[in-house]
Design a protein around this ligand. Structure first.
Ligand code: ADP
Ligand code: MG
Length: 400
């Protein structure tokens, strides 16, 4: 369905056209009537499927710019996501009088307070800074009609949950609440339900949990060999941009130090850096000035990098959700992407769980540890061996 078939105001349609949005994505089409009708919603759809605009378009449409008050509140788990969400709302609202604003940590609070005292209709925020501002008493939620939790399962996890409950408790009157996510683990589902009133559930996540636009490669490698194997792998690939995930900040630092001599146009980011450095690095990566970015999971959720062709899991992800979010930084909007994950002996139980739960068909690069073990369960696992492109002679024998 086209946006022009909706009853959208002409100015919003014009902005969408300028952005190159003509056809609605499936999640946009499915959620629009529910959001527009004012119902609560829990919406699940793959990474890169257009959830931001699904929510932002009807939200902007609902705001009354003549009323100088916050009417829409969007909560996101990271600062980078806050800026990205804000940028999308700004574009969609560019032809309207709706004023969005983003507040997040690591940025001068005085400037934020000054802006909030002027006029803001849609506030996009990370929970920490928002609570700070609530305690300062300069925010009023009296006119909030709609509250949105993006990356909802992350926001409802221990660590964030109390903050979110507190923020939502500050909206005293009846309002609409919308939850958006690409994943929803069972233990979070109940919490999600507790935030909502008689909600609609829309899930476009099919049986095949991992997006089909991503191919999943794995390499069973001794930790000491990982760097050599990674360089070898990248040399044989047609690369646009590569995002490498590590599980800890110190791993990001040390991998960057040791691999920068082999790869050019490379930088790193994690939550331990200043906000200025974080923002500058994301911007450089987004604009294509960097080819490789080594990152912790602050870059794993929600960020829209259209040119990432490869996601590397240097460290095996903690669980299936983390795998989905990291690898979802590639293969966006139906483009093709590749995920490459190092598996050590110690990761094998998690690996088995991952491919079962996400229904992933793994392709092994090099040795397939499951075939070697050859237990009845392993034999059921579909694997396809693949050799590096620079060595085609070996490939003819080993490939299926
Ligand atoms: P998600 O939140 O589901 O991971 P995003 O909202 O970040 O996905 O959108 C992914 C990409 O798709 C973005 O680059 C966005 O600009 C683009 N996009 C969203 N909706 C449309 C549309 N209707 N037509 C074309 N591109 C779209
Ligand atoms: Mg998103």
């Amino acid at each position: 369905m086209k946006f022009s078939e909706l009853d959208l105001p002409a100015n919003i349609l014009k902005a969408l056209k300028k952005m190159g949005y003509e056809e609605m994505t499936p999640i946009q089409e499915a959620t629009y009537p529910v959001i527009f009708a004012g119902q609560d919603l829990c919406a699940l759809a793959e990474t890169g499927s257009g959830k931001t605009a699904a929510c932002a378009i009807p939200l902007i449409q609902k705001v009354d710019p003549a009323l100088n008050a916050i009417q829409g509140l969007v909560l996101v788990p990271t600062r980078e996501l806050c800026m990205q969400y804000m940028a999308e709302i700004e574009k969609i609202a560019s032809t309207t009088h709706v004023i969005p604003y983003a507040v997040y940590g690591g940025f001068d609070k005085k400037i934020q307070i000054a802006k909030l005292k002027q006029e803001v209709h849609i506030l996009v925020a990370t929970p920490g800074r928002l609570i700070d501002l609530l305690y300062d008493g300069i925010l009023s939620f009296a006119q909030v009609k709609c509250a949105i939790l993006d990356e909802a399962d992350e926001l409802l996890k221990v660590g964030f949950l109390e903050d979110i409950e507190f923020i939502l408790s500050c909206i005293l009157h009846e309002h609409q609440t919308l939850l958006f996510s690409a994943t929803m683990p069972d233990d979070i589902k109940k919490l999600a339900h507790d935030c909502l009133r008689d909600p609609q559930h829309i899930s476009l996540i099919t049986d095949r949990v991992a997006p089909e636009s991503i191919e999943h490669y794995f390499s069973y490698t001794h930790p000491k060999q990982k760097q050599i194997e990674l360089i070898k792998y990248l040399e044989g690939e047609d690369i646009n941009q590569v995002l490498v995930f590590c599980n800890a900040r110190h791993m990001v630092d040390s991998l960057f130090r040791s691999i920068r001599k082999d790869l050019r146009d490379i930088d790193y980011m994690h939550a331990g850096l200043t906000q200025d450095k974080r923002s500058a690095t994301i911007e450089k990566f987004r604009s294509g000035k960097l080819r490789y970015l080594i990152a912790s999971d602050v870059a794993g959720r929600g960020l829209d990098f259209s040119h990432v062709s490869h996601v590397i899991n240097w460290d095996f992800p903690r669980d299936g959700e983390q795998y989905t979010h990291r690898t979802g930084r590639t293969g966006r909007m139906g483009r093709k992407g590749k995920a490459f994950t190092f598996v050590s002996k110690h990761d094998l139980p998690s690996f088995r769980k991952l491919i079962r739960s996400r229904k992933i068909t793994p392709c092994w690069i090099g040795k397939d540890p499951l075939c070697e073990n050859n237990t009845p369960q392993d034999r059921r696992t579909q694997t396809r061996k693949r050799t590096f492109r620079p060595r085609p002679a070996e490939g003819s024998k080993k490939t299926e």
